[in-house]
Design a protein around this ligand. Sequence first.
Ligand code: URA
Length: 434
Amino acid sequence: MKISEIIMKKRDGGVLTKEEIQFFIDGIVSGSIADYQASALLMAIYIRGMNEEETSNLTMSMRDSGDVIDLSPIKGIKVDKHSTGGVGDKTTFIIAPIVAACKVPVAKMSGRGLGFTGGTVDKMESIPGFRTSLEKEEFINQVNEIGISVIGQTGHIAPADKILYALRDVTATVDNFSLISGSIMSKKLAAGSDKIVLDVKCGDGAFMEDEERAKALGTMMCKIGEAAGKHTVAVITDMNQPLGYNVGNSLEIIEAIDVLKGKGPKDITELAISLSAIMLKLGEMVDSVEEGRMMATEAITSGKALAKVKEFIAAQGGNPDVVDDYSLFPEPQASIEVTAKNDGYISQIHCKCIGLASQSTGAGREKKEDALDLSAGIKLAKKLGDSVKKGDLLATIYGDKSKIEVAAKQVEDAFEISDEKVEIPKLIKEIIGL
Ligand code: URA
């Protein structure tokens, strides 16, 4: 087989066989296929698409490109959760302690930021001392002892995804149905949980802007999960404005802690409770999602989830005092305010632009090797539908002096103000596979 012939076949709209897909995945992992050839095939796939069978074969080859973790030494039903990527999406850091406090074990591997979207691993690293890389034994022991561990994806889990993820990020081939499906499901199937909850984002700040495409992606990923013997549920959720008010690593962890204290923003609290409830149902801790919602809410009001997050931070080497004292997080060098140009109602907050602005502050990477400013980011003061008067604060931008002016301009451009109040998009649009 020759990679150039496989590229040509897909370029011309052909359907790739299981063997051809396997050859491609083997070749990128062994290094016998060059980055430029892999990029050419990614672009051909992006433009021509893949059918369901190709997508499923791609996912399985990617899963088997590395270790498939055995989590059976952990007692109980392990339920994993993965978001397709959003702006201000700090749900993992809220859900994981809630679900663990309700006695469903959380043994989770998370990712770093991708493009304009943030990643849980980067966010957790803003906690002084927090380790996101644990040996497998330590990871499993921690879950057995305190019910929770969240770490970065090891190099041995779906290494094909690691290579393709980095190439897609810089070749404009991220937002493709089959490539997203393969990327997410290969990792989830390799990470060893028994059941999977997928938060499929749709809207201006998601890789799938269109609701129908997001539903098709969710349906496809559920099919792949079920075919591999893992009950998979996809929740289609809105990403037309950032979740909560804070975007940026330490800012998001602070807001997540606020949610666990019962004083977080309404949208992110609602999403976290809904996703936790589904996880509790899949973990067979409750009989219905409604019962799960009550249990998740009680974990917050009773303080159990907050106690669990402190335990979790301490177990991974972080300073748990950050929960009570936010000044222990890294301090940004400077800040700048963006204010409203006229009176009216907030009719748009272009979510992708906020994500890009956050990247400009240094909270996200422009290049793979960039170091992050973990204190940088954006704190919104207004959300969709809020009324404003000229001169009111819209957002505060934090970070290095040399970066925040550019970011402030991007944030200013992201806001639209109209005379009429707009309808707020529904947060949870559909649940597939429950
Ligand atoms: N998250 C992933 O892990 N992969 C993608 O392709 C998109 C979001």
